[in-house]
Design a protein around this ligand. Sequence first.
Ligand SMILES: [Zn+2]
Ligand SMILES: [Zn+2]
Length: 153
Amino acid sequence: MARLPQVGGCMCGALRYEVSAPPLMIYNCHCTNCQKIGGTAFNTSVIVTEASLRFTRGEPARVEWAADSGSTRCGLFCGKCGSRIVNGGKPSTGVYSLRAGTLDDTSWVQPVGDTYTRSAQPWVRFMEGGLRAETLPEDFGVFIAAYRAQGRF
Ligand SMILES: [Zn+2]
Ligand SMILES: [Zn+2]
């Protein structure tokens, strides 16, 4: 069982955060935004509520952009070392995508599947038996239920 709060931070230590509630779900996202932001093939997204994420040291730098849907997205990162903590947040819904690798303890992190498989790198192997969505899942409820079923918290 994983404990709360879960803590993490940036590479240089200027930013520290804690997550006080279980994530809603975790999945590997292969969208082109995640590829650009991370400079790699995919991001392991830990979806948390904005209310459960609190910075305990430092103030994150913020970048904002307009998604295709027209809603505002935001990213949070360390202004000193550049580590991205929140890949994309949707302030309108209060849901943030935390980058799994910034957690101190990643032993409990188990994605339920892969999203945006249509833009995945051709050499990537999707999770065996995992959920898959070509873009965003039609029904996030299935992803949320699969995550709850892991019983990590
Ligand atoms: Zn830093
Ligand atoms: Zn993505």
